[in-house]
Design a protein around this ligand. Structure first.
Ligand code: SAM
Length: 201
């Protein structure tokens, strides 16, 4: 499946996304997940593949009102539904693809990529772009509230344009992250949680 098929898929599912994939029970787990990214008050953060912006209020709470928060997604319909959270989180929203991020190099302290990485067709290119916009020492966090097996199984069940979208196994992802210029890489892959963190050299 190509990029346009995926974009159509996410546009089509945007209206029902939160009801289908985000429960009230998940809120506490999201707060815990964002805590694990090691953000600081005042940080500049970009959330890539933000969808309806589920992570934005948690990021804002962590970086405080002095922090800069931006969110990006290639699905315009997803971003339309993110509008409410954007009001809460005071985030700047961009409709763009990870293959060509509309920011200059070294701009962010952290890039978050929650539940989106498996959908990027060229993972090496996506990583290079996300790392490019980090300042030296800045962090990339690729995260899910599922293990890699659970995510890959879910995509198979959902089918359609995302049926074959895979999160690489941790060792393969570690190599890709190293190749993109990240160091101090750590991985957690367990039921209910996947977190890959790396720091730009
Ligand atoms: C599974 S959804 C997760 C959305 C959100 N992070 C959440 O957890 O609700 C994946 C998101 O990544 C976006 N996405 C997929 N491929 C993308 C790409 N190449 N560039 C930018 N966004 C992309 C989709 O539009 C979708 O909103």
């Amino acid at each position: 499946m190509g990029m346009e098929d995926r974009k159509t898929f996410f546009d089509r599912h945007a209206a029902s996304w939160d009801d289908r994939f985000h429960s009230a029970e998940e809120q506490a787990r999201l707060a815990e997940l964002v805590d694990s990214f090691g953000l600081a008050a005042g940080d500049a953060v970009l959330d890539v593949g933000t969808g309806t912006g589920v992570l934005l209020p948690f990021l804002r709470k962590t970086i405080g009102h002095r922090g800069r928060l931006a969110a990006m997604d290639f699905s315009f319909r997803m971003l339309q539904h993110a509008a409410e959270r954007r009001k809460v989180a005071d985030a700047t929203i961009f409709n763009a693809s990870v293959e060509s991020i509309p920011f200059c190099s070294g701009r962010f302290d952290c890039v978050t990529c929650f539940a989106a990485f498996p959908h990027f067709p060229d993972k090496a290119k996506a990583l290079l772009e996300m790392v490019r916009i980090l300042r030296p020492g800045g962090k990339l966090a690729i995260a899910h509230l599922k293990s890699s097996d659970e995510i890959n199984h879910l995509h198979g069940q959902i089918g359609g344009a995302v049926a074959h979208d895979r999160l690489p196994d941790p060792e393969a992802l570690r190599l890709l992250m190293e190749d993109s210029g990240l160091i101090d890489i750590s991985m957690v892959n367990e039921p209910g949680r996947f977190i890959a963190l790396g720091r730009k050299a």
